[in-house]
Design a protein around this ligand. Structure first.
Ligand code: NAD
Length: 369
């Protein structure tokens, strides 16, 4: 196979700072593991708007379609808050997701032992937690038509969004959840509101169809999404893979992610259909935003972005062993007590900088050889 290609879109705010540490790790893999990537970089978000008058140029979009994986930092910031909706930094991100058809959004919620105290839940509820939420990302009520705000004859206004799913859309995200489960603890819980929504009934029927016909070896359960939210904070370790729609997934994945502590720790992957070389269309990005309040101060935690690269190793480059190595290096530095400012509890302590966290992870990678 050719040298795998990566497009880095560092974006705005702390995006370039955290991505700087990922670039050092990519270099480490080239030098120490003989894993070379063909890396190119481009602009997205506010910085692309400043340079080109658009948050994502057609050229960058075309490049994203060609590479094996896109690594994204973060977009947005107060300087762009008043821009027209059509050129806001977030539009660049949404365009990437939509045009690359990244329908399966993987959001792991994993609690590193060293940070179990950090959760708002009791330690025994979150210690060792390792679940994966698979959220449908390109359909449902965020995209369904009709949508809009309309004037009614009686002088009132009406806001409409449409929750709409097709067989194909449900089956393909269900398959992605079952595939993942096979590589984990072989359990999928599907969440919807089949008790009150027709789209939920269809969701349940189609997930069941995929299960019975293609993945009978995986354990499948169904849960109403509101109960799912309760169960996530009551006893999250009952779950392995959760699959759900765009709207419920937005809420449930944020809820699950925060079980584990800081926003600076949370990676994500968005996957689409396989390309000719068998790799899925893919974009990897930290869950956090551009953090304007700490930009340029060396305070950003690079771990979410680094763990997103670990997901790229696992899901795009099929190298679970190297992904494990990188995740273990992160776990080791945390166990050794390395903390960026966001990882210090109320009792305080002395934080290390973004670059020092990168140094520590590189040293742990060296030690793993
Ligand atoms: P945010 O995630 O940028 O920040 C929320 C809080 O978490 C801030 O206090 C920030 O300092 C802290 N934080 C975030 N990431 C951190 C990290 N890696 N290390 C340490 N602390 C970290 O969310 P926000 O403040 O609501 O949004 C800021 C901007 O980012 C907005 O313009 C928003 O639209 C944009 N945004 C972009 C994305 C994205 O690019 N995917 C996601 C969310 C928000």
């Amino acid at each position: 196979m050719n040298t795998p290609s990566l497009l880095i879109l560092a974006g705005d705010g702390i995006g370039p700072e955290v991505m700087g540490e990922v670039k050092r790790i990519i270099t480490w893999y080239g030098e120490k593991r003989d894993m070379t990537f063909d890396v190119s970089e481009d602009l997205i978000g506010g910085v692309a708007y400043d340079t080109h008058g658009t948050p994502l140029t057609d050229e960058t979009m075309a490049k994203a379609q060609e590479v094996d994986a896109v690594l994204l930092g973060a977009v947005g910031g107060p300087a762009y808050d008043d821009l027209d909706f059509s050129v806001k930094p977030e539009r660049g991100l949404l365009r990437l997701r939509k045009e690359m058809d990244l329908f399966s959004n993987l959001r792991p919620a994993q609690c590193f032992d060293a940070l179990a105290d950090f959760s708002s839940l009791k330690q025994d509820i979150v210690a060792g937690l390792d679940i994966m939420i698979v959220r449908e990302l390109t359909s449902g009520s965020y995209f369904g038509e009709p949508r809009g705000i309309f004037d009614l004859p009686n002088g009132e206004r009406e806001g409409i969004n449409t929750q709409r799913y097709t067989t194909r859309e449900i089956r393909r995200v269900a398959r992605s959840a079952f595939e993942l489960a096979r590589k984990r603890s072989n359990k999928v819980c599907s969440m919807e509101k089949a008790n009150v929504m027709e789209s939920g009934i269809l969701w349940r029927e189609e997930v069941t169809w995929v299960h019975e016909n293609e993945y009978p070896d995986v354990e499948l359960s169904h849960m109403y999404a509101d109960n799912g939210a309760m169960q996530l904070v009551r006893w999250p370790k009952q779950f392995d893979v959760i699959v759900t729609d765009n709207l419920f997934g937005d809420i449930l994945s944020d809820c699950a992610a925060m079980l584990t502590g800081s926003l600076g720790m949370l990676p994500s992957a968005s996957l689409g259909v396989p390309m000719e070389n068998g790799r899925p269309k893919a974009m990897y990005e930290p869950v956090h935003g551009s953090a304007p309040d700490i930009t340029g101060q060396g305070k950003a935690n690079p771990i979410a972005c680094i763990l997103s690269f670990a997901m790229a190793l696992r899901y795009s480059f099929n190298d679970g062993a190297e992904a494990d190595r990188l995740e273990a290096a992160v776990e080791k530095v945390l166990a050794d007590g390395a903390r960026t400012a966001d990882l210090l509890g109320p009792e305080g302590g002395s934080p290390i900088s973004t670059t020092e966290m990168g140094d520590a992870i590189l040293a742990a990678l060296d030690a793993s050889l």
